[in-house]
Design a protein around this ligand. Sequence first.
Ligand SMILES: NC(=O)c1ccc[n+]([C@@H]2O[C@H](COP(=O)([O-])OP(=O)(O)OC[C@H]3O[C@@H](n4cnc5c(N)ncnc54)[C@H](O)[C@@H]3O)[C@@H](O)[C@H]2O)c1
Length: 596
Amino acid sequence: MARDFTSVGVVGLGTMGAGIVEVFARNGVDVVAVEVSAGALERGRAILTASVDRAVARGKLADTERDALLGRVRFEVGLDALHSVDLAIEAVPEHLDLKQRIFAELDRVCRPEAVLATNTSSLSVTEISVATSRPHQVIGIHFFNPAPVMKLVEVVRTVVTSADVVADVEALCSRLGKVDVTISDRAGFIANALLFGYLNHAVGMFEAHYATREDIDAAMKLGCGLPMGPLALMDLIGLDTAYEILDTMYRRGGRDRRHAPVPLIKQMVTAGLLGRKSGRGFYTYERPGSPVVVPDERTPVATQAAVGDGARATAKIGIVGSGTMATGIIEVFAKAGYEVVSVTRGAEKSARVFEAVRTSLNKGVVRGKLSEADRDAALGRINWSATLEHLADVDLVVEAVVEELSVKKALFASLDEICKPGVVLATTTSSLPVIDVAMATQRPADVIGLHFFNPAPVMPLVEVVETIRTSAETTATARAVCAALGKTGVVCGDRSGFIVNALLFPYLNDAVKMLEASYSTADDIDHAMKLGCGYPMGPFELLDVVGLDVSLAIQRELYLELREPGFAPAPLLEHLVTAGYLGRKSGRGFRDHTRR
Ligand SMILES: NC(=O)c1ccc[n+]([C@@H]2O[C@H](COP(=O)([O-])OP(=O)(O)OC[C@H]3O[C@@H](n4cnc5c(N)ncnc54)[C@H](O)[C@@H]3O)[C@@H](O)[C@H]2O)c1
C-alpha cells in the first residue's frame, strides 16, 4: 500500500511553488504554503489566486471548486509551520547553499517519517539530501512550468533514496493526474538537459542579431509545432532561474560550452529583466506576472508597411525542379494566384509533377477546402516547360533541384544569362551556403534563400535567408511574396541550418546521446519532451519521421560549419544509419515500424 500523503508543505511560492500548491489543492490535498516574509507570502498568494481565477474565467473550474481549493491552503511565514506535513516540497531559487540550508531546517522541523522533496531543475538532489540526517527520504519531484497544466513530473532518485519512497511518490504523481518518469540524479534530468542547450543557442542567435526575437520564436513555433518560441519560453521560465540552471548544468554537466550562459542573459538579470514575473524580459508584458505581451520599441511595424518597403512587383514565378519540394511550391504559388512557369528536365517529369499537383489539389476539393473552379484555375495558371529559356520574363525564380552545390551553381549561372534584370533568384537549399550560389551569378544582390518546409502546401513557415550581398529590396520582395502566399517569412542570416534546423537538430542529437548513455529509454525521453515541454512529437518519433540519414547529414553540416564539439553527431546515430535503420521509410529506425 502506497503511503497516503494527506498534508503537503510547499516552500517558496514563486513561479513554480505557487503552481505546485495549486496542483495539490486541486486534487484534494491540504497544503501549507510557506514563504520567507509576509510580503513574499502575499505575492505567492496573488499568483495562486490569479491562476485559479483564470481557470474559473475559462470555465475550467467552478466557483465552489475554487473556494474549496483555496480553503485547503494555509499560508505561513517560516518553515516551522511544516511540523506535521507528510511531504515537504522545496521550490526556492536555484542555489545549492540556500537549498541545503532549507533542507537542514526541514530535517529539524518535519516529522521523522516525512519525505523531503526538491523541485530543483539542475542541482544535485544527492548534494541537497546530504544536508539532512535522512538522505534515503529525500527525492527530486521536478514539476514543469506551468505546473497545473504540464502533465510530466520527473521523479529523481539518488543512489540512497529508498525504494518505497520512490514508489510512494510515483503513486502520488498518478493521483495528481501526472505522468512520471523516474530517473537518476544527473544535471538537467531528461527534459532540461535537452531543452536548455537549445534555449541558450536561441538567445545567442538573438544576441548576435542573427534574427529578430519575433522571427526566432515564429520559426520554432511554425517550423516545429512547438507551443512557444524559445525566447517567449525563457520569459516564462524566468531569466534568473534559466541563468542558474544553465550555469549549474555547465558546471555539473561536463562543461559543455552550449550550456555556458550567453552573456546577454546575465546582463538582463542584472538589469531586472527577468521575464514575465518582472513584466519585461525578451518581450514586454502588460504588467508583472501577466502573460499578455504589449508592443515595445522592438516590436516590428505592421507587417504590411515593412513588406511594402521597396518590394518589387512579382506576378510571374519560375520554379525549377521536379522533386517533393518543387511540386509543393508549384502548388503553393499557383493556388495563391501567381502565374507559374515550371521547368523540369523533360516532358515525362513535367507530367509526373502535374499529376502530383492535381492529386494534391483534388484532396483539397474532397476536403471542401477548395472549389473545383479554383482547382482548375490554379492548374490553368501553370505553364510546363523543359527549357530554362522560358524563364526569360519571370519576376522571381525559385530553385528546388537536387541538394548539390555544383548543380545549383551551374543552374544559377544559367539563370543569370537568361533572366531579365531585377529578377529575384531564390534557392530552397536547406543546408548549402546561399552565398556560394549567389556568387555563381553576376547579380548576387538579387539572390536570396527561400527555405520552404515539407509539405510546402501545409507548413506555414518560410525562412528567408539573406547573404551579406543580398539587397534590401530583394529581402523586401521575398517577404512580400511570403505574405502573399499566406506564409510567415522569417528573415535570418546565411548560416548552416538557418534558424529551425540549427536549433532543432542538436537537440535531437543530444537525445540520441542521452539514450546511448543509457540514462533513460526512448519512450521516457519522448514522454518527457511531449508532456513536460508540450512538443508535438518526442525526439525519437521525430527522428524516425525525418529519417536518420537526413538528420545525420544535417547534424554533420552543423558540426562542420560551427566546429562546436557538442554538435558532433552521436555515434549511435551514425551506427543506425550504417546499419540501414533510417526510420519509418526503411521500416526501422529507433523503433520497429513493421510491427505496428
Ligand atoms: N521556472 C521554471 O520554469 C522551473 C521549472 C521547474 C523547476 N524549477 C525549479 O523550481 C525552483 C524555484 O524556481 P522558480 O522559477 O519558481 O523561482 P522564483 O524565483 O520564481 O521563486 C522562488 C521563491 O522562493 C522564495 N524563497 C526564497 N528563499 C526562501 C526561503 N528561505 N524560504 C521560503 N521561500 C523562499 C522566494 O521568495 C520566491 O518566491 C528552482 O529550483 C527551479 O530550478 C523552475
